[in-house]
Design a protein around this ligand. Structure first.
Ligand code: KIV
Ligand code: ZN
Length: 389
C-alpha cells in the first residue's frame, strides 16, 4: 500500500441483500461455499444474512460465523430486541462478530411504513444500538432510505447512534435515487453535520436503480466514506447493489488518480463471480464490466491488431489480474487477417500467401452468415480447402 493510499473496507452483502434478489434462494451449503470464497477473496466484512428472517437464515449465519475465518461476520437486525438477540445468537461464534441494526429515517418511510414520529425513530435507533453494543463490541447502524431523509434529522440520528456506541454509520441510498455529484455532497454534509463523526467509520450502501450504484459509491469514497457495501455481480433487491468487482477494480485501476486501496485479492474475482452466478442462477450479462463474457474480448480487426501488437492499446487491465486466464480474440466479420492467421496457428495450421488469402476470403464470407466463428468452423474451412485444392 502506498503511503498516501487510504484503505477502503469492503463490506460484502451478497448473502443478505444479494440473496434478496427476486428468484434467488440459496441453501445452507451454498451459502457456506460462497462465504468461504468471499474470505479467500479478502473481503473485510461478510454480511451473512438476516437471522430473524427465517430459521434457515439464522442457521446459515450461525454456521458461517462458526466456520469462516478472516472477515468480520455481520448479521442484520431491525432495532427491536427480538431481531437483535437473534442476530447476536447467530454471529456470536465468529472471530469478530458484528451486529448491523437499521431503522428508516426518511419522511416517506417513517410516515407510511413505520408510522412513527422523528422522536420515536431516534429513540428506536439509540435503543437498538445500545442493546447491540451490550452484546458485541462491533455495531453498525444504518439509516434506511438515508438519501431521501432530511439532512439535519439524519445528522441528529447519526450523532445519537455514535453516542450510543455505533462503530460504523451507514448511509444507504436504498432506492437508488442519488446521482454521483449529489451523493458525494450528501456524504460531505453528514461528515460536517455530525460532531462526533471521528469516532465512527462512514459507510455507504448504494442501490442500482438508475445504474449509478458504483459511481455513487466512488463519489462517496472521494468525500470521506471508508466502507462500501457491495455484492458480487451487483446482485440485490430490484436492480441490485453496487457491484463488488466494479468498485474494487475501479479503485485498483485508477489508484494513482484516486489514491485508495482495498484488501481484495483481485485474482479471486472471476472465480467468485462464477460461483455466485452458478449457485444463484443469476446469469451475467455478456458485456458486464470485469466479469462478463465479453469484458476482455476483442472482435474488430483494428482492435485485434492493436492488442496483438500491444495489449494496452485496448485493455486497461490484465485479465489475469481478475483471475481470467487470458484475453480473447473473437473471430467475426470485423476481424482482420492477422487475428485469423494467429488463431489458425494456434490450431496447428501455418498458412501464408495465397493459402492465407483464400482462407481469409472464405472466412469473411462465413462471418457474414455466422456471428461468431468458432475453432471448429476454422478447422472445417481449412480442411475443406486442403481437400478441395
Ligand atoms: O438498502 C438498504 O437500505 C438496506 C439496509 C438494510 C442497509 O439494505
Ligand atoms: Zn440494500
Amino acid at each position: 500500500m502506498g503511503e498516501a493510499e487510504k484503505r477502503i473496507y469492503i463490506f460484502d452483502t451478497t448473502l443478505r441483500d444479494g440473496e434478496q434478489s427476486p428468484g434467488v434462494s440459496l441453501n445452507l451449503e451454498e451459502k457456506l461455499a460462497i462465504a468461504h470464497q468471499l474470505a479467500r477473496l479478502g473481503v473485510d466484512i461478510i454480511e451473512a444474512g438476516f437471522p430473524i428472517a427465517s430459521p434457515g437464515d439464522f442457521e446459515s449465519v450461525k454456521r458461517i460465523a462458526n466456520e469462516v475465518r478472516g472477515p468480520i461476520i455481520a448479521g442484520l437486525a431491525r432495532t427491536n430486541r427480538e431481531d437483535i438477540m437473534a442476530a447476536f445468537e447467530a454471529v456470536k461464534g465468529a472471530e469478530r462478530p458484528r451486529i448491523h441494526t437499521f431503522v428508516a429515517t426518511s419522511d416517506i418511510h417513517m410516515k407510511h411504513k413505520l408510522r412513527k414520529t422523528k422522536a420515536e425513530v431516534k429513540e428506536m435507533a439509540v435503543a437498538g444500538v445500545k442493546l447491540a453494543k451490550s452484546l458485541v463490541e462491533d455495531v453498525e447502524f444504518s439509516a434506511e432510505d438515508a438519501f431521501r431523509s432530511d439532512i439535519p434529522f439524519l445528522c441528529e440520528v447519526f450523532t445519537a447512534a455514535i453516542e450510543a456506541g455505533a462503530n460504523v454509520i451507514n448511509i444507504p441510498d436504498t432506492v437508488g435515487y442519488a446521482t454521483p455529484w449529489e451523493f458525494g455532497e450528501f456524504v460531505k454534509a453528514i461528515r460536517q453535520g455530525v460532531p462526533n463523526i471521528e469516532k465512527a467509520i462512514i459507510s455507504v450502501h448504494c442501490h442500482n436503480d438508475l445504474g449509478l450504484a458504483v459511481a455513487n459509491s466512488l463519489a462517496a469514497i472521494r468525500n470521506g466514506a471508508q466502507q462500501v457495501e457491495v455484492a458480487v455481480n451487483g446482485i440485490g433487491e430490484r436492480a441490485g447493489n453496487a457491484s463488488l468487482e466494479e468498485v474494487v477494480m475501479a479503485l485498483y485501476t485508477r489508484r494513482n488518480y484516486l489514491g485508495f486501496t482495498t484488501g481484495i485479492n483481485t485474482r479471486e474475482i472471476y472465480r467468485t463471480s462464477r460461483m455466485v452466478s452458478t449457485l444463484t442462477g443469476m446469469l451475467i450479462q455478456p458485456n458486464k464490466a470485469i466479469v462478463g463474457r465479453n469484458a476482455f474480448a476483442h472482435e474488430s480487426g483494428i482492435h485485434q491488431d492493436g492488442v496483438i501488437k500491444e495489449r494496452e492499446t485496448y485493455e486497461i487491465m490484465n485479465p489475469e489480474l481478475v483471475g481470467i486466464s487470458s484475453n480473447k480474440l473473437v473471430l467475426g466479420k470485423h476481424s482482420g487477417r492477422h487475428a485469423l492467421k494467429l488463431q489458425l496457428q494456434e490450431l496447428g495450421y501455418d498458412l501464408e500467401g495465397e493459402a492465407l488469402d483464400k482462407a481469409f476470403r472464405e472466412f469473411k464470407q462465413l462471418a457474414d452468415r455466422k456471428k461468431e466463428i468458432l475453432d471448429e468452423d476454422l478447422i472445417a474451412l481449412v480442411d475443406s480447402q486442403v481437400v478441395g485444392s
